[in-house]
Ligand binder design. Structure first.
Ligand code: CA
Length: 351
């Protein structure tokens, strides 16, 4: 009697201890397949590890590299066009300084919202650079060289047409993952970027097929407004993802109470990877937060950012190990990555 109970307890403890590190081993057959099949590769700004971010070339490459979703960061031009660009500034990925030297604001920066689409078309897009010390230096030295070949700014509609066109010509169903950038800034400029984005999603049929779109935003109020006001008014249904940063403003959202509030209007969260494996982690001693478990308990998917082969956290030696930790051990549902190819290969190679 005593020995049976002791053995049973030992087995329970052993299984409990195994769950975190080898949880795929306790799944068998169908469950194992479903665990891996449901995970998604989100091409962060396209295949931005290989080509200048947010160019149509980078998006086509991401598509060919088997991304499941392709990301668009969205800002607005002076003539109300929705543009695909990471910042509402032009300074760090274009030659705006050379083409329009007298169009900076008092802070020395060039704002997308001060230019028409026709003017934006005159700019050459390049790999991201830093010019704070004067000369331009690439943010990622090993990536595509600065000011080579020919890339330009494009609209959200043009990028959707690229992806939908490829969906038709390949027979695949790659989704879009647009991010509304700086809604408060745009409001200050007299522009309702969220309404403009939703009108485009509606025009291209994304309010109906929920499998092919996630709409994301960092602003803690905007997705709530979209859920409560804009989507019902347009009779649209679009899955929403709250982005979460490491800044203090996000702390409340990470609590159990905060997560419950989020779950009332979003379908998932997109946290910084540092909110899941916390700073101070070293190989063999990871400080893993309860965020993923908490989100899953509330039925939310978890898509952390940003997975880069050329910018690994200190606690891993290589990219596959990073994916092992997040996708396998911790069990996130997808990742934002600059390298869709090696991420898709990792998922496809799971036993
Ligand atoms: Ca983004």
């Amino acid at each position: 009697m005593i020995s049976i109970r002791t053995t049973g307890l030992f087995v329970v403890l052993m299984l409990a201890g195994c769950v975190v590190t080898v949880n795929d081993r306790v799944l068998v057959g169908k469950d194992h397949v479903e665990k891996w099949q449901s995970k998604i590769v989100i091409a962060h700004r396209g295949a931005s590890g290989y080509l200048p971010e947010h160019t149509l070339a980078a998006k086509a490459m991401a598509y060919a590299q088997d991304a499941h979703f392709i990301e668009q960061d969205l800002v607005m031009s002076s003539d109300d066009q929705v543009i695909v660009l990471h910042d509402h500034h032009l300074d760090t990925v274009t030659n705006v300084r050379e083409v329009f030297p007298d169009r900076a604001r008092d802070d020395g920066r060039y704002f997308v919202v001060d230019f028409t689409l026709a003017e934006l078309r005159q700019l050459a897009v390049t790999e991201r650079f830093d010019s704070s010390m004067g000369a331009k230096t690439a943010v990622f030295e090993q990536r595509f060289p600065l000011h080579k070949s020919s890339f330009q700014i494009n609209t959200f509609a043009e990028e959707i047409e690229l992806i939908q066109g490829l969906n038709q010509s390949t027979g695949r169903a790659v989704g879009i993952y647009p991010e509304i950038k700086s809604p408060a800034f745009h409001r200050g400029e007299g522009k309702d970027i969220s309404s403009a984005v939703l009108r485009i999603l509606e025009a291209y049929g994304y309010g109906e097929n929920q499998d092919e779109v996630y709409l994301q935003c960092f602003d803690l109020n905007e997705l709530q407004r979209i859920h409560k006001e804009l989507l019902p008014a347009m009779n649209l249904s679009v899955p929403l993802v709250q982005l979460l940063g490491t800044e203090p403003e996000y702390r409340a959202a990470l609590s159990p109470e905060g997560m419950q509030v989020l779950a009332s209007f979003v379908d998932g969260i997109g946290p910084s990877m540092q909110l899941i494996v916390e700073p101070g982690s070293v190989a063999g001693d990871l400080k893993v937060s309860n965020l993923v478990q908490l989100a899953h308990d509330h039925g939310l998917v978890v898509h952390p950012y940003t997975f880069r082969r050329d910018q690994l956290p200190d606690y891993v030696e290589n990219y596959d190990k990073l994916l092992d930790i997040f996708l396998d051990d911790i069990g996130v549902d997808g990742v934002f990555t600059d390298f869709p190819d090696i991420t898709a290969e990792y998922l496809e190679s799971r036993p």
